[in-house]
Design a binder for this molecule. Structure first.
Ligand code: ATP
Length: 328
């Protein structure tokens, strides 16, 4: 059953940055979707748009249907109910997301009190259970954020995200700020919490290998657009879009120790979303670009069973839009 249906979602920041452009995504109940892409490709903007957490003045268009209800069209009161209880977000860098002057237990209890109309004693019991679920002693509820390590704080953030029994968790680079050993622990925790449950997950990372290990499906974003989508392992091991191929070559393949020593980086950076190049936005960096790529962008189209890509090499020419006049 479809839990999340994102249709033609676009986000433009007040300054004119087109951070997300025409994204379509579908997620079934309990399904795990990875969203990959370099820094600046619009992954966090996409996550924030799903719960309308973007700064005032940002233009969001399209539809975000959560259980059939459009988050983008909801009244404020309904939106508040959907945040935490329908879907919740675990951000990167827990220190900035937690309030430094409140005990972590009180911060976990807050959404429980708000959404479940629990008594303070009931909320405290539930907080203890949640802390134990994420591998912390219940007594850590009395700690302030600065008394916890980075990994412990991220566990608290995950406990908060679980507090109201959401059907969807969005994890935005949940391990980025942590050292490698702790990263692995937190990833295992997320995998354990979502495995075999009806809890859907959108996990955002620049690391395809991590996503392939955790998720069922994978969407690769470039310059605000999904350029490739499909079963996670297949996209990681045999990407169809040249950007997906470059991204996956930059990280070791699961179970392939040789690839660990031969990462191939991609020259250059993603384009400035306020001044996107005409045609396919990847063409200036693409090793296999054709003349047509400088003028015509390609729509995401079928590229094998259950897979899609937006590349003239994979799917043949079918322009999404002509280059804007004066831009080529
Ligand atoms: N509040 C904002 N105002 C204007 N532009 C913004 C704002 N937030 C992000 N951007 C721009 O939108 C683009 C997409 O940023 P976003 O953070 O979504 O990318 P990302 O793929 O999540 O990158 P990272 O992995 O570094 O978080 C970037 O060019 C960024 O500079």
């Amino acid at each position: 059953m479809t839990l999340l249906d994102v249709r033609n979602l676009s986000v433009t920041y007040a300054g004119g940055a087109e951070a997300v452009r025409g994204v379509d995504l579908r997620l079934d109940a309990g399904q795990k979707l990875g969203v990959a892409g370099e820094s600046g490709c619009g992954k966090s903007t996409l996550a924030l748009a799903l719960l309308r957490l973007l700064p005032a003045g940002t233009r969001i268009t399209g539809e975000v249907l959560l259980d059939g209800e459009d988050v983008l069209a909801m009244k404020w009161g309904r939106l508040r109910a959907v945040r935490w209880a329908g879907a919740s977000i675990v951000f990167q860098g827990a220190m900035h997301s937690l309030n430094a002057v409140h005990r972590v237990g009180d911060q976990i209890a807050e959404p429980i009190l708000l959404h479940h109309r629990a008594t303070p004693a009931g909320a405290r019991t539930r907080t203890g259970e949640l802390l134990e679920q994420v591998g912390l002693p219940a007594a850590r509820a009395d700690a302030y954020p600065h008394e916890l390590s980075g990994g412990q704080r991220q566990r608290v953030m995950i406990a908060m995200a679980l507090a109201c029994d959401p059907r969807l968790i969005i994890a935005d680079e949940p391990t980025t700020a942590l050292d490698v050993m702790i990263q692995a622990q937190i990833l295992r925790l997320v995998q354990r919490l979502v495995a075999g449950q009806d809890l859907a997950l959108i996990m955002i990372s620049h690391d395809l290998a991590v996503l392939a290990d955790t998720c069922d499906r994978l969407a690769v974003m470039y310059a605000g657009r999904v350029v490739e989508e499909g079963p996670a392992r297949q996209v990681h091991e045999d990407a169809r879009h040249p950007y997906g191929q470059a991204l996956s070559a930059a990280f070791p393949k699961i179970g392939d120790p040789a690839s660990r020593f031969a990462p191939r980086g991609l020259a250059g950076d993603p384009p400035d979303p306020s001044a996107l190049p005409p045609g396919c936005t990847f063409h200036p960096r693409c090793p296999v670009a054709l003349d047509i790529c400088a003028t015509d962008d390609q729509a995401l189209r079928p590229a094998g069973t259950g897979r899609s890509a937006a590349c003239v090499h994979t799917t043949g020419p079918a322009p999404l839009e002509k280059a804007r006049p004066g831009t080529s």
